[in-house]
Design a binder for this molecule. Sequence first.
Ligand code: HEM
Length: 156
Amino acid sequence: MTLEKTPPTLYEWAGGDEAFKRLTSTFYGKVLEDPLLEPLFGTMAQEHPERVAWCLSEVFGGPKTYTEQRGGHRHLIQQHLHRHLSEQQRARWVSLLLETADEIGLPSDPEFRAAFVSYIEWGSRIALSVSQSDGEITEDLDPMPQWNWIVKPFQD
Ligand code: HEM
């Protein structure tokens, strides 16, 4: 029998809770200075950056704090309904987040960034799409999506 090396989760590779909290606290500081995004986030809850950190941690294989504290993917989607986000705002949100990832020193290896940007693109496009809806959610959207390595980081 050969033992295979188990790769760390993306959450572990990124640096765990502390890294995601640093990412979102720095990011929302920039968001509040941005003329396109400030109107959306100027009145955000004080806990908002931490909730987004829980959410990213969970998607990337960390603890299920967002689901336990806030109610999972259904709740996440619900928070974006009726907001009528624009593509320009979505694109700015993504570019500022990626800029912040560099600034706070998230791992810059191609394998991590390929997986990281993949969720950010997917999630932000879902947020844009559901934000156009004036309806309510009827379908079951849980559990939270789970992201993993897209390109294998280690040899077996
Ligand atoms: C991967 C993409 C995204 C993730 C993971 C995400 C995550 C979250 C989370 C966790 C919340 C708080 C939910 C709660 O209270 O439990 C939230 C709320 C919100 N999101 Fe997103 N979001 C994403 C994309 C976007 C984009 C692209 C925009 C706009 C450009 C946006 C605008 C908002 C706004 C305006 C709120 C409400 C903030 C408040 O007033 O407290 N989101 N999002």
